[in-house]
Ligand binder design. Structure first.
Ligand SMILES: *[C@@H]1O[C@H](CO)[C@@H](O)[C@H](O)[C@H]1NC(C)=O
Ligand SMILES: *[C@@H]1O[C@H](CO)[C@@H](O)[C@H](O)[C@H]1NC(C)=O
Ligand SMILES: *[C@@H]1O[C@H](CO)[C@@H](O)[C@H](O)[C@H]1NC(C)=O
Length: 595
């Protein structure tokens, strides 16, 4: 043991001499990002949102996102009673939407297929298992990352012709993480060493659209319902834990029908037109709830940068049929005194420079390292004598930051996604042509009232829209092209109505971590140091996470310490008729050789 320890010390000293501090430089020739072709993916066809049509679907997709410096190599596949089982390698920095088509339709509960992968150049392996069952949620996929020490999770496809996504980042030197579960809430602080010196416009973060609409509270009398007006499944606290750092909040005051001067409180709202004679929509969380959720998060996770943009900032009558009530100085002062209850505001920031051009550390170091909660107001504070900001309270006009906020205004993901990708590809990051703005990609669709009432905003988010981010979105990014905010509806929600914290899934969280750690780090104009995933043992990690190699089943049951032989979805026998990836067809049943 002593000899081994000494050897390890010698080895690490030798490594430091060869490639240690003296060589901590980003070099173009070290880039691992791959431009290899990957097959085009498919969007969920619109008719499949209809539950009756979607039920009959036999096509599903499993997207694998590789934000590591290693190729993810397909080693083998086999499938039984599938017409299509198209899996393949995932090059570095890319995504592959793998396709599955069941033969025939329902009740063939022995349909199954497995794909075995290796992280190239390492001993890390994982398997994807597609399987059908009888009963509810018959078609599922298991991500078995137990061979990487990252656990297993069984997912249900969220609808017909939809995808389930697996995002992997890290490296063999750095350690891997995957999207089966959320990592720590303070993901920015965890990579202070990586992002501290970067400009805010060189960060990538999740954002939440209509963020306070995580419930319907009926403070106005209107027809907005959960189906057509609720945009999130979890509250601001859980959105923060799920990685969101950019919040699209719309806030209004509520007034009795007979008394415009009386303010019955500040509420999050989502209406068709906040200035319209008639406002159609509803209210969500109260401002008081939002504030206590922020404070709970920042007390548990100090050191982050969180932006709260606040739109509307007008009053509405309880029966909102007589236009807005513009805020006077008294209402604005009441609003500002509410906001003063938010902890870790950043007072008197330097406004001579756009916030997007400051280093991340400028904000993360504020409040003795507890970070910044930044309010950016963008409402209708237009009246004479009405303050538009209060820097001494940490409340700023949104104009303090140069922002390109791109909304596609499309009803279908197939139209939205290419429009968003085109927008962020129009702006290079780093170098002489560096794009100076902070860019928000609204990765969301805008169905009309009839469609959202029929199919629900939740289904629009979790079926066609959010899953397309992981292939169409990711393959539209490279080390020079990405938005700063990926703004979504229903953050973290993978299965309809499953909104408890431990039922969420961490695809966007892992994507954001991986985009900062891997993708932006491979751009030597953005990152001057050797990319963190290529360094060894040098990247400061504040505390080690306890390793977890458990199983999360589709019904939510979690086994933290499963027996090592338990691999859900694995077939004991490979049946006569099983097709291997190399084209061989089994002519008799054999025991599964991978057991
Ligand atoms: C959930 O699924 C697991 C695995 O299929 C099963 O053992 C367990 O009994 C189920 N739990 C419930 C509450 O249905
Ligand atoms: C095809 O793959 C199977 C499973 O790995 C293997 O047993 C078989 O020998 C392979 N066939 C050929 C022709 O390579
Ligand atoms: C395997 O399936 C083929 C085609 O259905 C059939 O002809 C053959 O007899 C089967 N073999 C065994 C051992 O069951």
């Amino acid at each position: 043991m002593r000899t081994f320890g000494l050897l390890a010390v010698l080895a690490s000293c030798a490594w430091l001499l060869v490639s240690g501090q003296t060589d901590d430089v980003c070099k173009a020739q070290d880039r691992t990002y791959s431009t290899d072709a990957v097959p085009a993916g498919s969007y969920q066809p619109y008719d499949k949102l209809n539950p009756v049509v979607g039920m009959l679907s036999t096509k599903f997709y499993v997207t694998v996102v590789n934000l590591t410096p290693h190729r993810i190599k397909l080693e083998s596949t086999h499938s039984y009673q599938m017409d299509v089982f198209d899996f393949g390698d995932v090059p570095q920095g890319r995504a592959r939407q793998n396709a599955v088509k069941y033969r025939g339709s329902w009740s063939t509960k022995d349909d199954a297929g497995e794909a075995y992968y290796r992280i190239d150049g390492t001993d890390k392996k994982f398997a994807l298992r597609v399987k059908s069952y009888s009963g509810s949620d018959p078609r599922r996929v298991v991500f078995d990352l137990s061979g990487m020490g990252l656990g297993q999770r069984e997912y249900v496809f969220p609808g017909g012709d939809t995808a389930v996504s697996l995002v992997i980042t890290g490296s063999n030197r750095f350690g891997f993480q995957a999207s089966l579960r959320h990592g720590p809430g303070n993901w920015m602080r965890k990579m202070y060493d990586v992002i501290g010196d970067r400009l805010v416009r060189h960060l990538i973060m999740p954002g939440t659209h209509d963020a306070g609409m995580s419930k319907i509270t009926n403070k106005i009398t209107s027809i907005g319902s959960e189906q057509n007006t609720q945009n999130q499944g979890v509250n601001i606290y859980d959105q923060l834990r799920a990685g969101s750092r950019w919040f699209d909040l719309r806030i209004g005051s509520i007034h009795p029908n007979d008394n415009a001067a009386k303010n019955n409180g500040f509420w999050v709202m989502h209406v068709n037109d906040e200035l319209g004679t008639l406002a159609i929509g509803n209210t969500g969380e109260s401002l008081d709830e939002v504030i206590s959720e922020i404070n709970r998060f920042t007390s548990e996770n100090p050191g982050e940068i969180v932006f709260f943009t606040m739109r509307y900032l007008v009053g509405r009558y309880e029966l909102p049929d007589r236009g807005p009530i513009m805020w006077n100085a008294g209402v604005v002062n009441d609003f500002f005194s509410k906001l003063r209850a938010i902890n870790n505001r950043c007072l008197n920031l330097d406004t001579s420079t756009g916030f997007q051009n400051q280093k991340a550390s400028y904000f993360m170091d504020q409040n003795e390292g507890k970070g910044c909660v930044i309010m950016l107001l963008n409402g209708h504070l237009d009246g004479g004598g009405v303050p538009r900001e209060s820097p001494g309270d940490g409340i700023y006009d949104k104009g303090r930051m140069d922002i390109n906020d791109h909304w596609s205004d499309k009803m279908q993901a197939v139209d939205m996604a290419p429009d968003q990708v085109r927008n962020w590809r129009s702006a290079a990051r780093g170098g002489a042509s560096d794009y100076g703005n902070f860019m928000i990609a609204q990765w969301l669709v805008t169905p009309d009232a009839l469609a959202s009432t029929a199919y629900s905003l939740q289904n629009f988010a979790i079926q066609p829209t959010n899953p397309s981010l992981y292939w169409a979105g990711v393959n539209g990014m490279d080390p020079e092209h990405w938005p700063n905010v990926l703004l979504v509806d229903y953050i973290g929600v993978q299965q309809r109505g499953q909104w408890a914290w431990d039922r969420l899934s961490a695809e966007i969280y892992t994507l954001a971590v991986g985009m900062n750690l891997y993708m932006a780090s491979e751009n030597c104009d953005v990152n001057k140091r050797r990319p963190p995933l290529l360094r060894r043992g040098e990247v400061a990690v504040e505390e080690e996470e306890a390793p977890w190699n458990g199983i999360i089943f589709a019904n939510g049951t979690t086994l933290d310490n499963p027996p090592p032989t338990l691999h859900p979805g694995r077939a004991a026998m490979l049946r006569n008729g099983t097709v291997f990836g190399n084209g061989t067809v089994l002519e008799r049943s054999i025991p599964n050789p991978w057991l």
